[in-house]
Design a protein around this ligand. Sequence first.
Ligand SMILES: Nc1ncnc2c1ncn2[C@@H]1O[C@H](COP(=O)(O)OP(=O)(O)O)[C@@H](O)[C@H]1O
Ligand SMILES: [Mg+2]
Length: 278
Amino acid sequence: MEPVEPHTTPGAAPKVRARAVTRTFGHGTRQVHALGPLDLDIRHGEFCCIVGPSGCGKSTFLRIVAGLVRPSGGEVEIRAGRRHPAAMIPQDYGIYDWKTVLANVRFGLDVQRVPRKAADARAGDWLERLGLADFAHAYPATLSGGMRQRVAIARALAVEPEVLLLDEPFAALDAQLRTILQDELLAVCQATRTTALFVTHSLEEAIVLGDRVVVMSARPGRVIAERRPPFERPRTGAMRRAPRFAALHAELWELLRDEVQRAGAGAATPAHTVGKPS
Ligand SMILES: Nc1ncnc2c1ncn2[C@@H]1O[C@H](COP(=O)(O)OP(=O)(O)O)[C@@H](O)[C@H]1O
Ligand SMILES: [Mg+2]
């Protein structure tokens, strides 16, 4: 549980490199300084979890890395072999209700103009891996929340992204399902050596999943600390009961509490979460 400083790694070429990234919204007296300056390096194949108070700019940062939002200042570099290396799973899953499950999972491949037969085969393969094969021709409205979340994961993974961006993906799921999907996601990311940037409001989730847990300040969000959970993989449920788990949780919560209070979430926030998903 050694503190790891600094949160940038000179020398090694990171997969994702964010430098002095800032973002403001609006103009004049209504201007909101949402993010940064934020510096962060993420190694190839690393599973990096980000926690921070509600409204500190986590979603904004992911959108910047995804190329969906421009930074106001600074830059994000992704060392990648192709033009669109990142796929994002947004907070609301972002799946299309008027498309079948298969068509949703094929969506990114259609955008990339992968020929239909190959796209169907690849999408079908991901449906299989995520236990959705029987629902290929169903519409999302007929699926449970957990299955919709799996569709969103399958769609993002079907494009074989080099960098996978996840914005509080399991926040709406019950604890049992969340654990199952966490395990599946980790297994897939490790098997495919996908670099993952995972935003969560749950410290516990960050510790279970992360090679590294990055803590952001209240808005405008900056990196204020990071820790590497000292647990071997595969990590099992038993780890949650280990004294080192409780110690790391307490240490991270200590770092976060002031920021959550500054963000206005107040003392009513339970110690295992960092404000509500937003
Ligand atoms: N498109 C936008 N227009 C104006 N303000 C925005 C926009 N997107 C985000 N913000 C503001 O930027 C801040 C950070 O938002 P966000 O990145 O969603 O935070 P988080 O995901 O950490 O909760 C918030 O104050 C939010 O209201
Ligand atoms: Mg958010």
